[in-house]
Design a binder for this molecule. Structure first.
Ligand SMILES: [Zn+2]
Length: 74
């Protein structure tokens, strides 16, 4: 199934990323974490936005779920 993005999805993603990385690494608070964003789509159409983080300082890796959005939220 193709995941398509509305402008609301993009706005949510941008805001969520900004809020999530603002505090830096969850473990050590290092500000310059390396991250990639990912989106998965559940069978019911819910989009799950998550962030995969790698901290170059303490070497922790974790996945943070930033937001979820249902197609009914359009
Ligand atoms: Zn860290």
């Amino acid at each position: 199934m193709m995941t398509t993005f509305s402008s609301k999805d993009i706005a949510l993603l941008e805001n969520s990323v900004a809020a999530t990385i603002e505090d830096g690494c969850k473990e050590c608070g290092f500000r310059y974490i390396v991250f990639t964003t990912n989106v998965s789509q559940e069978p019911d159409g819910t989009k799950v936005f998550f962030l995969q983080v790698e901290c170059p300082k303490c070497n922790v890796e974790y996945t943070d779920i930033m937001a979820m959005r249902n197609k009914n939220d359009e």
